[in-house]
Write a protein that binds this ligand. Sequence first.
Ligand SMILES: Nc1nc2c(ncn2[C@@H]2O[C@H](COP(=O)(O)OP(=O)(O)OP(=O)(O)O)[C@@H](O)[C@H]2O)c(=O)[nH]1
Ligand SMILES: [Mg+2]
Length: 360
Amino acid sequence: MELGIIGLPTSGKTTVFNALTHSHRPTAAASTGKIELVSAVVDVPDERVDRLSALYSPRKTTYAKVTYTDIAGLDQDLGKTGLTGELRNKIAPMDAFVHVVRAFESDHVPHIFDSVDPRRDLERMESEFVLADMISVEARLDRIAERMQKGAKAEERQALAEDRELLGHLQSALGDGVPLRSLDLAPDQRAALRGYGLLTLKPTLVLLNCGDEIIDTRDIVHADHPLTETLALQGQLEMELSQLSAEEAELFMGEYGITELALNRVIQASYRLIGLQSFFTVGEDEVRAWNLRVGGTAVEAAGSIHTDLARGFIRAEVVSYADLMAGGSMAAARKAGQVHLEGKDYIVLDGDIIHVRFSV
Ligand SMILES: Nc1nc2c(ncn2[C@@H]2O[C@H](COP(=O)(O)OP(=O)(O)OP(=O)(O)O)[C@@H](O)[C@H]2O)c(=O)[nH]1
Ligand SMILES: [Mg+2]
């Protein structure tokens, strides 16, 4: 699962990337303008994993993971032709975006529009993506018209006509400047659109990169909908803290009265936004969190552990995290009848602890 970090030049994308991934990429007061994508994998912080690990003292503890990609050079051709083909193709496969918007003042860092105005910047970048999607949708509609003219067979015509209707609906929304993720689309419509790599359809976490003071996100983003979330953080500060040792960071935070970093919330929010939840496997060898889409089944969960487990799936033993912790041990949960045997189609819930019985 991959989240692309987007935003205008010098909004603080690399600063945020460094903070999230404990990286040391150079940041600069002026953009090079070059297209460049750099990725890093991050553990999703989860207290439940910490507690399970304390309970089992396993040899290894593994957190769920997400990948962040710092995307530089998005400003190329800003407002001219939409995103260039090369860049669009690179970002189209991302699962979601983290959109960094500058809200910090700094005399050292010039703004491309000469003033700090988060709402303007947010809309500017968004309209760039709306334009890119408009171009994709129109190209697709042209191809459909061409196929129809060339005399597609009845069955194909039916499918093409359905596509055309859906795309027409998207086209008019885009024409009104509406990002596609805020439309009410049915699951099968979303599935039909999956291959098109439409940018404004992707879940987006808007991150206001604040200076000395955290600003109220509600002043900037009004229309919150399920696939858009907004958080504020002090990017520079979080980056500097992420580069200290845990003890040093704690000391520093105490000194400045910082009680909680935004980083963990940012990672957790982006994880949720992609539609992911975690299930766990436990034992003396390893306590581990795994990604699973919300609504995923027991056999899908088995498959994310190993294809053999899905192929030879017999049953899954399932206990919720809350029940396990309440009883204090697997034996206690078993005794209390809280460990269920479930079949392939069981819908896994966030926090389920799963043991797959299988034979191959
Ligand atoms: N004062 C202040 N400066 C910041 C903050 N975040 C980033 N900066 C500075 O802003 C400049 C740009 O930051 P980057 O993280 O390089 O921005 P970017 O979005 O990656 O820029 P490009 O990759 O060039 O598009 C750097 O000089 C940072 O030190 C912040 O929260 N406060
Ligand atoms: Mg950068």
